[in-house]
Design a protein around this ligand. Structure first.
Ligand SMILES: [Zn+2]
Length: 251
């Protein structure tokens, strides 16, 4: 083993260890895709197996048992985005009862988004049938805020793949979801300002439907996903793991 091999192995060990401790990873999604395990597997494929360019994501998917569809669902689950805090299962009417000094809590009949005009974050608010007036007032206030223009909330979910793996994730996120646009603060969760306490992310339900016999459209191939980040981005976040491979390809 020469010095370079040792450097690679130490980097692999460090990256795997960081991924294993990272509390931002979501639980496996409904298709069985596990983002943390994908990251760990890819670190191994890049740093130890050193699979050739174009074969690296294919190899990681082979080890993980991910087909094209499940791979792209996994990428979709890491789209950098804002998500409101998960509602409790028993979320009821939010109107504060003046005497009891607690929310009404009766089962909600209407519900809509209530946005914080300062940072654009929002939560669902529900109102029961007894609190129709309060619901109307809250709804009108929300409409007024919207008319005045609301800021785009900072992302608080996703963006983990660019923290670990040197592929062109902006391109891959766009392929995974054509309607996605990158947040102004960038796609890398490590670079985001901290919004609130770090908590376990919830997997987003997939937006495209599964039809019998296949999916609505063909997801892109795995080779297409296996492109490294553009050189300009690489200067910002140099990754020793991939340096040699990139030089071979471009130089
Ligand atoms: Zn109520």
């Amino acid at each position: 083993m020469n010095g370079e091999d040792l450097r690679y192995l130490l980097k692999v060990r460090e990256d795997v260890s960081r991924a294993m401790k990272d509390v931002r990873f979501p639980r496996p999604n409904r298709w069985g895709g596990d983002l943390r395990m994908f990251v760990v597997t890819s670190i191994w494929v890049l740093g130890v197996e050193r699979a050739p360019r174009g074969q690296r994501i294919r190899r990681a998917c082979e080890v993980m048992g991910l087909d094209n569809f499940r791979f792209w669902e996994l990428i979709r689950s890491d789209l950098p985005r804002y998500e409101p805090h998960a509602e409790p299962y028993d979320a009821g009417c939010v109107v504060e009862l003046p005497r009891a000094k607690r929310p009404c809590g009766r089962s909600g009949q209407v519900g809509f988004q209530v946005t914080n005009p300062v940072d654009g974050t929002w939560q669902m608010a529900r109102f029961c049938s007894r609190h129709r007036e309060e619901a109307d007032a809250a709804n009108m206030a929300e409409n007024r805020r919207r008319d005045a223009g609301l800021p785009t909330p900072l992302p608080n979910r996703g963006g983990l793949l660019p923290c670990y793996l040197p592929w062109d994730w902006e391109k891959n996120y766009r392929k995974a979801d054509g309607s996605w646009t990158p947040p102004a603060v960038g796609i890398r969760a490590d670079d985001w300002p901290v919004l609130a306490r770090v908590e376990m992310a919830n997997p987003t339900p997939p937006r495209f439907k599964v039809v019998l016999g296949g999916v609505e459209h063909d997801p892109p191939g795995l080779e297409e996903a296996d492109d490294s980040i553009p050189p300009s981005l690489q200067l910002v976040t140099p990754d020793p793991l991939n340096t040699r491979e990139e030089n071979d390809t471009h130089g």
